[in-house]
Design a protein around this ligand. Sequence first.
Ligand code: GRF
Length: 192
Amino acid sequence: MSRVAIFASGSGSNFQALVDAVEAGRLDAQLSLLVCDQPSARVARRANDHHVPCFAFSAKDYESKEAFEQEILKKLQESEIDWIILAGYMRLIGPTLLAAYGGRIVNIHPSLLPSFPGKDAVGQAIEAGVKVTGVTIHYVDAGMDTGPIIAQEAVAVSEDDTRESLQKKIQLVEHRLYVDTVKSLLHSEVKS
Ligand code: GRF
């Protein structure tokens, strides 16, 4: 069974969707590690509740990105991790982790990339007045939300949508699409 590490910084609703799928037998994976750069984030409590080991760190305790990524790499290797799943990890992945796990790191983003990369993709979509936005799951490269696309699903924007209501619709799609996509990636072991 593939061993997976989830990287997250925030609330962790996607983390929860993946944990729920594993616990319900809908996803055949070992969620072996949460890597979290915000020790007080809700996702760290979720990991604790579901007995997923957590490596929580503060970037300010390290002298460089390379230094904390070396530490993360050590944890990944100790846990024999096969895949890295980013779920709201608010940092670019650096050369240390890309060299070790390139082609086995995926991310989820709340827009139809290449539209609205970076922060607040939902707010960007509202601001732009688009009628359709969505969700993208992609391999991670050195850029900001630029790697090869694996899966996408559209979400309609209604006239009366606010940032909050649109975010809710998008997250519902995210939770289903991430579980399904991770499942097929682990099954096929396809690399980018
Ligand atoms: C998601 O919308 C994801 O697309 C983005 O960060 C958000 C994380 O949300 N990369 P959550 O912490 O999983 O609720």
